[in-house]
Write a protein that binds this ligand. Structure first.
Ligand code: ATP
Ligand code: MG
Length: 359
């Protein structure tokens, strides 16, 4: 029996409002969340994606969605942590994460709720672990003690048996087999490692380059390499994630690298997007900030060529365009300021010429 009426499609559509270009990942997460909330077994999910592709944004979006729905309140016991903290915990073994789920349960059901209600909520909690690639057991052939400790901590949590944890000097025990784990990380060298295996390895047919034309008309040859097509569990072991740990993630999702149209959309559309935030700033001075389509395409194009930054590159590009205007918004006396393609091009040229776009 479903305790409430929630469909994966509805979750998907909500999450898509804040997360762009990652439909496959969002779909999979939406199904897992609904399964988990209604009490079906849900797969633990590992998100792999380049820096700035939206892993943290997606985790935050799920958290926000769940907390925005009063009808899910009792079911949505979630903590989001950075994997690094697991290596630092004095209590060890990540048990204080369960302590946090327990505190959440108290907030949800009230401090006087019966013990079994609180523990039931902990056992049905969700644990989101960000930056999980930072806890490698081995880095460049050398053992990484912090990583080993943190992976062990997580393993203990995922053990599925009764895991003990302490709150206010009292020891509790909970079966974690129904806790949903979603982990995410950039796994930086993984891409190169798998690419090398795929292009010079013997087990794969050689790739043929394909010609790509970008939105701005630039033509280049690329190898049609998508990490998700070639990734094997072994690649993750070699990266320094222990087999016991990785094998507990039944679903491994590789996020897309964001395209120029995705970047343009991210720049303007989501609540709190860079452009919306900037517009709000100018509104304070009674100025309506506008942007032309050409300017938007140029910003997305410039951001896309800054490899390894993903959507974070948008911020740097836009800063160059906007900073002089921000200093004295009312200087021109105009009620509308329109950012056009020329302004963006000037800013980009400024960077290349080392004048940093200052006039
Ligand atoms: N797919 C996306 N949809 C919407 N916004 C995005 C997306 N990807 C990135 N962004 C924007 O870029 C910024 C950085 O993204 P995010 O923090 O999600 O990256 P990440 O994948 O977690 O990277 P890292 O591996 O470096 O932690 C966010 O503030 C967000 O505004
Ligand atoms: Mg992140």
């Amino acid at each position: 029996m479903e305790p409430f009426n929630l469909r994966p499609r509805e979750v998907f559509e909500e999450l898509c409002k804040g997360v762009v270009g990652q439909d496959d990942a969002i779909r999979e997460i939406a199904v897992a969340i609904v399964k988990h909330l209604v009490g079906h077994p849900a797969p633990n999910i590992l998100l792999i994606g380049n820096s700035g592709s939206g892993k943290t944004t997606l985790m935050r979006a799920v958290e926000q969605f769940l907390s925005s729905r009063p009808d899910l309140f009792e079911y949505a016991n979630l903590v989001r942590i950075n994997a690094n903290v697991l290596a630092e915990e004095r209590q060890g073994y990540g048990r204080s994460v369960l302590g946090r789920l327990y505190s959440n349960a108290k907030r949800i059901f009230g401090p006087d709720a019966p013990e079994e209600v609180l523990l039931h909520s902990v056992g049905r909690g969700m644990i989101f672990i960000d930056e999980v690639d930072k806890i490698r057991a081995e880095v460049r052939g050398q053992p990484n003690v912090r990583g080993i400790v943190a992976q062990e901590a997580l393993l203990t949590l995922m053990e599925n048996e009764n895991v003990e944890f302490e709150v206010d000097d009292k020891t509790h025990s909970v079966n974690s087999s129904k806790v949903l784990f979603v982990a995410g990380g950039a796994f930086e060298e993984l891409y190169e490692n798998v690419f090398r295996r795929a292009t010079i390895g013997q087990d794969v047919a050689p790739m043929k380059p394909v010609v790509v034309v970008s939105a701005s008309g630039e033509v280049r040859e690329e190898l049609p390499f998508h990490l998700r097509d070639y990734l094997k569990y072994e690649d993750l072991f070699r990266y320094g994630m222990t087999p016991q740990f990785v094998s507990r993630f039944e679903s491994i999702i590789v996020l897309n690298d964001l395209s120029e149209p995705d970047l343009a959309k991210i720049f303007v559309e989501p609540d709190g997007s860079i452009f919306r935030t900037s517009r709000a700033y100018f509104q304070q001075f009674g100025i309506d900030l506008q942007i032309t389509r050409g300017a938007l395409i140029a910003i997305a194009w410039d951001a896309a060529r800054q490899k390894r930054l993903g959507a974070r590159a948008l911020r740097e590009t836009f800063r160059r365009v906007i900073r002089n205007l921000e200093f004295d918004p009312a200087a021109s006396g105009a009620a509308i300021i329109t950012i056009d393609e020329n302004m963006v091009k000037q800013a980009i040229t400024g960077r290349e010429a080392g004048t940093a776009g200052r006039r």
